[in-house]
Design a protein around this ligand. Structure first.
Ligand code: TXA
Ligand code: MG
Length: 305
């Protein structure tokens, strides 16, 4: 099912769900202001209702109608939007982003995605669109049209094909509350890139929590072992760097973190389809995008985060 932008916008207006490509991962989208439509997202994903959703907007001007931006928030939006950064900010207009979408919090998560198809939909729709990753809850995020349709296609009225996601990892989630900037979820924009704009940022903590950071997350069916250099019998090894494992399964044969991020969820899914005894993953350096890759891998392996 490959629909037009116009069909997707009509579906959103009618309170139906849409598969929406973004530069990070595919999203399962609905009108943020329509409580029934938002409820249908939680239902389709099997997502616990305490876990709030990200509102997607066309640009920073649209975001400023929904949330309070201080100096740091403005600087981050100017530096990274449109792009893979989500800001958690004090909510201004609780009508336009329904209570359920915010899980009743007085903050709202917002991002202006960079993908041209997502931008076209958001401009034409004219209001905030909530979109969690289009996987069923707990599973690896979809980074291709086919994977998104396989996960949640049965629940949508329209699905847009935007090609394979360029980034392949979810947005970085940063909260800017009471003048305090914190990193809630490492992601496509690196910690160093954030800190170059707003100075040192602290980890999540009291009052700055991402309710969605469940321990077992992003997990394929096969058990995942991380930071290992050799596969056991029946396991598939996802290598990283030259000379590690079977080239076909490598996250990046040259050891490039950008390439590894783009391949991560796709390789986990492909490996899972072979029904291996397990999936083993080579050590990934903790610098740059490695922080987000290792975060997803630890959760896929079931470690508490
Ligand atoms: O790249 C992405 O961000 C993708 C694409 C589709 O945009 N979306 C995505 O959404 O990853 P989701 O629902 O899978 O993750 C949203 C994260 C969750 O960890 C959630 O708990 C957190 O954002 N979040 C949302 N609203 C929040 C809030 N008000 N305070 C703290 N965390 C919040
Ligand atoms: Mg997700």
């Amino acid at each position: 099912m490959r629909d037009t932008v116009q069909a997707a916008v009509e579906a959103l207006r009618a309170g139906q769900l849409v598969i929406l490509p973004t530069e990070t991962v595919y999203g399962l989208a609905a009108d943020a202001g329509n409580p029934q439509a938002v409820a249908a997202i939680f239902e389709a994903k099997g997502r616990p209702r305490f876990n709030p959703l990200i509102s997607h907007v066309a640009d920073a001007d649209a975001a400023r109608k929904l949330a309070r931006f201080d100096t740091a928030a403005n600087a981050l939006a100017a530096a990274f939007w449109p792009g893979p950064l989500t800001l958690v900010l004090p909510v201004l207009d609780g009508e336009r982003v329904s209570d359920l979408a915010r899980a009743g919090l007085d903050s709202v998560a917002i991002r202006a995605p960079g993908h041209p198809v997502a931008r076209e939909v958001l401009r034409a729709f004219g209001g905030p669109v909530v979109a969690p990753s289009a996987n069923r809850s707990g599973r690896p995020s979809p980074t291709t049209y086919a994977d998104a349709v396989e996960e949640t296609g049965a629940s949508v009225a329209a699905a847009l094909d935007g090609g394979p996601c360029e980034v392949g990892l979810e947005s970085t989630v940063v909260s800017v509350l009471d003048g305090d900037v914190r990193l809630l979820r490492p992601g496509a924009v690196t910690r160093a890139e954030i800190e170059a704009v707003v100075g040192p940022v602290r980890q999540d903590g009291e009052g700055h929590r991402s309710p969605g950071r469940l321990a077992l997350h992003y997990a394929p069916d096969a058990p995942v072992r991380i930071e290992v250099t050799e596969a056991r019998s029946g396991e598939i090894l996802l290598g990283f760097g030259p000379g590690v494992g079977d080239l076909r399964w490598s996250l990046s044969p040259s050891g490039d973190l950008r390439e590894a991020a783009a391949n991560l969820f796709r390789r986990l899914r492909e490996a899972d389809r072979e029904r291996p005894a397990g999936i083993a993953v080579s050590p990934i350096p903790q610098q740059g995008l490695g922080e987000a890759i290792n975060d997803r891998l630890r959760r896929a392996a079931g470690f508490v985060g």
